[in-house]
Design a protein. Structure first.
Length: 760
């Protein structure tokens, strides 16, 4: 929300206490800093009366990261949940140091990142510096009291009670709501990215972004995946460690500031350095958790029954046979919600009319069509469902404050360990029928007013965090049932740390070129927020796409880390969209299958480091000013530049410096260069290979993504080599089984691998 009225004034009804000077140093050593800040100059003892003091603590949890916590009232009980930090294990103790370069400055550093505290009278300031970025914070601010009347215009509908009566949010007393606010300088030319999966402008400058998970589609400011982390073009990141609603004003309220605020009496954030955008992103992922490695079969094409369509065993079989007959290999068949009876969501019980013997049927289609099976679930339990009564009697659902079950449909209370075990048992029973992976839909419609969680969690914090508990329970159940190396989800909602449970998809988009571009912007923003694996609804979810839209989206979808044909009221089988759609689908699926040695090696890299498979151009080329705003193309791993076509016939894209080679035609383009091509073929997508790259491709007749890359004869393609290049060969268990060294003249040291020279 806004805390200013222009440059000079405060909105009516707000009482503001800023930070003017350091009042006292409580601690200053090599472990950190703690001090008090006064909102006015302290010239005499009289100035110490009737004034607010803020406590500021600065420490370092890991190398190149500084934690800052601002506190007003320490006596406030802090209820959970909180983001889990360092789930992969505690980091090494950072190298920290305190120094005093002059009488008015205290420096505290962690690795290459340092902060300078100005202690001079009326000069409170924190300035953060690392090897490539200088981030100035002119002051810490807090709005500690505000009239509730002044707040009404900014309360979203979700905060309104029955009949649109206002409901007091937490930290409200006597009509006042408390906020903590921090501002950081937005430098000239600096651009901000991330904040979760956002479908509006890729660069967040000029935007007001609220962290509040919502089921709102892909064409508005609402988002399914809100992550309170942003990445700066100057090579640092900011992670606000609050799962509740955090509001970011990115150069909007004040053009030269990034402000972020939370309700309450404290605010904690991390300044994350490392020397580059990439290093800052990897440090953030180190803090919140690296992604699991999805099994190789998940990189194949998913085909869905779609959302509200009618289907049974014969329909499912006809789709699989039709795809096989048209040479469009499907690796995962997804059964959306109507594998259950209507009105029964989510009963975990197969519809006996459509699937009288589901275990046998799934076994049959797996043998006949060599597919894995994915099934749809959500965390809501219908009153009509057979398991509803059990959940009520045993206390497995979220309750209202008066003890009644909260109902639109009942919501599983994942803060209750017994409810988690119960829900995990339902998932395990489903997996035992032959289901391999789960689509965890929804998880955003979580009430936060008038409810009581089993562990007394703060309902405001649980609204966004609920999805983390939901996906965690399902993911761990798959790991336990099928083994850790076989676990994967297809999830819609997420928050910080959700990248640990891949894969995530973009949500409900329209069937248009505009929606296709919105979808990509969402993926780029999510990638900038630490999510390594991402998919979307090929062809769009709503509506029935035109053939040219379907073809362009198929190419985009198959050159994403994960690929799924899925719609709402119409099937996304390609023959519904014309002969060209069938041909394009076949071509793009087979291209991706051939690229699997490269793609799975990139997936292993993402798992080990946190570096996303889909990467923004600015992350990969931070020194190229043309890449700073590019939102219609991306890097797919280290070597492939992909530029989806958002037009029936015209393609445009940017080629960075160097000799880039077209993946399809071997045309070489010398960058930097902007390219526009009219009459661009419908069965093509601009894919260019980076200079000094080597691609290992599978055989042309391959039909599954999870073939043995180590034992299969791979085709070696070299691209603009001017030095020796080493390329990894992945194993299906997630290890790198060897490296192939290719010399500048294209000759290689094969070792144990069977290789054949490619077309170029």
């Amino acid at each position: 929300m806004k805390f200013t009225d222009g440059l000079w004034h405060r909105p009516t009804g707000q009482v503001f206490a800023g930070s003017v000077e350091v009042a006292d140093i409580l601690r200053a050593d090599n472990e950190g800093l703690e001090y008090l800040v006064a909102p006015k100059p302290i010239n005499s003892r009289g100035d110490t009366l009737n004034t607010t003091l803020l406590t500021v603590e600065i420490t370092s949890p890991m190398e190149d990261v500084l934690r800052v916590k601002l506190s007003h009232h320490h006596g406030v009980r802090e209820a959970g949940p909180g983001f889990e930090l360092f789930p992969d294990g505690a980091p090494s103790k950072p190298t920290t140091k305190l120094s005093r370069p002059d009488e008015n400055t205290i420096n505290f550093s962690s690795g290459r990142l340092s902060v300078a505290l100005n202690t001079a009278s009326r000069s409170y300031n924190l300035a953060f510096t690392d090897s490539t970025a200088v981030v100035d914070i002119p002051s810490h601010h807090t709005v500690h009291s505000m009239s509730s009347n002044s707040l009404l215009s900014s309360i979203p509908d979700a905060l309104m009670g029955p009949n649109h009566q206002t409901v007091a949010p937490p930290h409200a007393a006597n009509g006042w709501v408390r906020f903590m606010l921090n501002e950081m300088t937005l430098s000239v030319g600096e651009t901000i990215y991330g904040l979760g999966e956002r479908f509006g402008p890729f660069v967040k400058n000029g935007q007001n972004v609220g962290m509040w998970n919502a089921d709102g589609g892909t064409s508005s400011e609402q988002a399914y995946k809100n992550v309170p982390f942003y990445l700066s073009s100057r090579g640092y990141g900011i992670f606000v460690n609050h799962p509740e609603e955090v509001e970011f004003e990115v150069g909007r309220e004040k053009c030269s500031k990034v402000g972020f605020s939370v309700r309450g009496e404290s605010l904690e954030y991390f300044v994350i350095g490392g020397g580059s955008m990439r290093a800052a992103l990897l440090n953030y992922v180190r803090m919140t958790g690296r992604p699991a490695l999805p099994p190789a079969w998940t990189f194949g094409l998913y085909l869905s029954t779609s959302f509200t369509t009618s289907y049974d065993q014969d329909t499912v079989s006809s789709f699989l046979k039709g795809m096989r007959d048209r040479d469009c290999p499907v690796r995962v068949f997804h059964l959306d919600c109507f594998w259950m009876r209507r009105y029964d969501w989510c009963s975990f019980t197969w519809d006996p009319e459509a699937f009288p013997d589901p275990k046998k049927y799934l076994s049959d289609i797996k043998k006949e069509y060599n597919v894995k099976v994915c099934a749809w679930i959500n965390p809501y339990i219908s009153q009509r469902s057979a398991i509803f009564k059990e959940g009520v009697e045993k206390g497995y659902f979220l309750l209202r404050s008066n003890g009644d079950v909260w109902q639109c449909m009942a919501l599983v209370d994942f803060t209750n360990p017994q409810a988690c075990d119960w829900y995990a048992g339902l998932v395990a029973k489903l997996l035992d029928t032959g289901v391999d992976t789960i689509k965890t839909d929804f998880g955003e419609r979580v009430p936060h007013l008038g409810v009581k969680w089993h562990d007394n969690s703060d309902p405001w914090k649980m609204h966004n965090y609920y999805t983390q508990l939901y996906n965690d329970v399902v993911f761990k159940t798959i790991q336990k049932t099928h083994g850790a190396s076989e676990a994967a989800l297809f999830a819609r909602s997420a928050t910080a740390g959700g990248q640990r449970f891949p894969v995530h998809w973009g949500g409900d988009c329209e069937s248009s070129f505009e929606a296709m571009a919105e979808t990509l912007r969402g993926g780029l923003s999510l990638s900038s927020s630490g999510f390594a694996f991402w998919s979307h609804d090929i062809g769009g979810f709503e509506g029935h796409p035109a053939e040219e839209i379907f073809c362009r989206w198929v190419a985009f979808g198959l050159f994403s880390s994960h690929s799924r044909l899925h719609g709402s009221g119409s099937y996304r089988v390609p023959w519904n969209y014309g002969d060209s759609a069938v041909a394009v689908t076949s071509k793009m699926v087979k291209a991706k299958l051939r690229l699997m040695p490269y793609l799975f090696a990139q997936a292993i890299k993402a798992h080990n480091t946190g570096l996303p498979v889909l990467r923004t151009m600015v992350l990969e080329f931070p020194d190229d000013p043309a890449c700073q705003y590019l939102d219609k193309q991306y890097m797919l791993g280290d070597s492939l530049l992909v530029a989806p076509v958002f037009h029936a016939s015209s393609a445009s894209y940017y080629i960075p410096s160097g000799k880039w080679t077209c993946f399809w035609t071997n045309e070489v383009i010398q960058g930097p260069k902007w390219v526009k091509k009219d009459n661009y073929p419908l069965d093509m997508i601009p894919v260019f290979v980076r200079p000094n790259s080597v691609l290992l491709l599978g055989p042309e007749d391959i039909r599954v993504p999870d073939y043995d890359y180590e034992k299969t004869q791979l085709e070696v393609r070299t691209y603009a080599l001017d030095k020796e290049v080493a390329v990894d060969v992945p194993g299906l268990k997630g290890e790198i089984v060897g490296r192939v060294k290719v010399k500048q003249d294209g000759q290689w040291e094969a070792g144990k691998f069977k290789l054949v020279k490619g077309k170029n």
